[in-house]
Design a protein around this ligand. Structure first.
Ligand code: SAM
Length: 495
């Protein structure tokens, strides 16, 4: 058993991470080989797998299919994966499919296309709009250009130039106003004619039709194009210029012309989407909700196909910083959302303790992380990971609650690393599931050559080559489910 018992001693303080790591490794000779998984004691995966399951990675879709994507979402999984999964689980025609981390809506739109009912929830309002935009039917497409003209025509500077507009993070106030004017016009023409409706609540988002969402999507794409030079080497991160001189300047004319072009481009993309005509948007319910507390009835869902935020320090709020700014979410509101998203890189003050029901592997990993000599392991990184697993467990518990007895639950996850310590999220989820009446049935692993964690070149100093595995985990909800916490659900005492 790997026991890490040496705390950082006084003489280590002030040394660089690398130097401290070398000392720590020497002190551990033969005890924790570099790159070793904390899951050395884990039961080997002996579950059968469905051979026909397609790779969940979206970038494996053909270039043509990629060209049809309405929103280039780095975190999305492939349509082919959802198709093949639905095929293998054989559901009745009237089944209700649910994705609690809906993102761009791959699960829900694919389920709709196959005639199922679907429910998708996500805590990020921008992602609710993106998912809604894919529901525009082919019948509505002929109205697109006339509506675009009326949106453009009815532009009137709705508000005065505001230095506090979140778009001013990247644009000078005049340019931010040009974008805001179009946004206000979409809002008043297609969402709320009487007063501007802020799209930050579930009730407000319910009022957005797929067509209105498509216009928001077009403006997201315009604003993304204009801010392309602020995107960091990690495509999920966007820089905010410090100096006013570095902010972007665009004319109203330029924004209007880009917006029109984007609508035309979307129109041609929608025409290529084979399923646009078959989608009945009334069979899909998109909800703004935290996966930790789902507004769904117990035993109401026939299948879950989903993918939680990975523990790879992708910041899902920063990844949609621009889109959130377009709908006016910035400042305190943005910070609140960022803190609430699972996997956030921010750390909240509340003290979270390791819990027995998170399983052995999770405790093993967190203990190893806590003992790691690199800077902030015992402080920021420990808290950050505790927060991640706490949120993951609460969400899995909700998923289990809303599933009907015997219903399948399919979860896609990627392993990651803290320095050289492997974070086997697939095993951790499997162990958490055990205490939540989710019985593992099948598993398929795909090796992945690309992970967001590898974008951080700094991380390579710990292990040059990390193996990234994308795992598809299949569970079935057991027939009896006791909502009371089990007797052993006490916090672990710190080691
Ligand atoms: C891995 S992505 C899902 C991608 C999706 N499968 C697709 O194909 O687009 C995870 C999603 O979870 C959302 N999310 C993060 N924390 C959440 C929470 N606590 N509750 C609900 N959604 C959350 C993020 O906004 C993100 O859209």
């Amino acid at each position: 058993m790997v026991i890490i018992d040496k705390r950082l001693n006084e003489s280590d303080r002030g040394l660089s991470d690398l130097c401290r790591l070398a000392r720590w490794k020497r002190s551990k000779q033969g005890r924790i080989p570099s790159g070793t998984s904390c899951s050395l004691l884990a039961v080997k995966n002996t579950l059968p797998h469905y051979p026909q399951i397609a790779n969940p990675k979206r970038y494996l879709d053909s270039a043509e299919a990629e060209g049809r994507k309405l929103f280039p979402y780095y975190a999305g999984f492939s349509d082919a994966f959802v198709e093949s999964t639905l095929e293998s689980i054989c559901l009745p025609n009237n089944a209700k499919i649910f994705d609690p981390w809906n993102g761009s809506g791959t699960t829900t739109t694919t389920a709709l296309k196959r005639g199922f009912e679907a429910v998708g929830s996500d805590l990020n309002p921008a992602m609710i709009l993106v998912a809604k935009a894919s529901l525009v039917s082919s019948l509505e497409l002929e109205n697109l250009l006339p509506i675009a003209h009326s949106v453009i025509k009815s532009q009137s500077p709705a508000s005065k130039k505001s230095e506090t507009d979140p778009l001013c993070n990247w644009f000078d106030p005049q340019s931010a106003l040009a974008i805001r004017t179009i946004e206000s016009s979409i809002n008043r023409t297609l969402v709320s004619p009487s007063t501007y409706l802020e799209l930050s609540t579930a009730e407000a988002l319910d009022k957005v039709t797929p067509i209105a969402a498509l216009f928001y999507l077009a403006l997201f794409r315009v604003t993304r194009r204009l801010t392309q030079n602020f995107v960091a080497s990690n495509p999920t991160w966007i820089k905010v210029p410090k100096n006013a001189a570095d902010k972007k300047h665009v004319t109203t004319q330029c924004v209007t012309s880009l917006f029109t072009k984007e609508i035309e481009l979307l129109l041609s993309q929608y025409k290529k989407r084979l399923f646009a005509s078959k989608v009945d948007p009334n069979r899909l319910n998109l909800i703004l909700s935290n996966a930790e507390n789902l507004p769904l009835s117990t035993d109401s869902i026939d299948a879950v196909i989903t993918s939680p935020p990975y523990c790879t320090r992708i910041d899902y709020a920063i990844a949609t910083y621009i889109e959130l700014a377009v709908i006016g979410i910035g400042g305190v509101q943005f910070k609140q959302l960022r803190r609430s998203l699972t996997g956030s890189s921010t750390v909240q003050k509340s003290n979270i303790e390791i819990r027995a029901e998170w399983g052995r592997e999770c405790k093993f990993f967190l203990d190893a992380l806590r003992e790691h000599p690199s800077k902030a392991s015992q402080t920021y990184y420990l808290k950050n990971h505790l927060q991640y697993f706490d949120s993951l467990y609460k969400s899995l518990s909700e998923i289990s609650r809303v599933l009907k007895p015997e219903a399948p639950c399919i979860i896609v996850v990627q392993n990651s690393y803290y320095k050289e310590i492997r974070n086997d999220v697939a095993l951790i989820i499997s162990e958490m599931a055990e205490s939540l009446s989710l019985k593992p049935t099948h598993r398929a692993d795909f090796s992945s050559s690309r992970s967001m964690v590898d974008m951080n070149t700094n991380s390579k100093k710990y292990i040059a080559k990390r193996s990234t595995i994308e795992s598809v985990l299949f569970f079935n909800k057991k027939t009896t489910f006791n909502l009371q916490p089990s007797l052993d659900s006490q916090p672990y005492t710190a080691t």
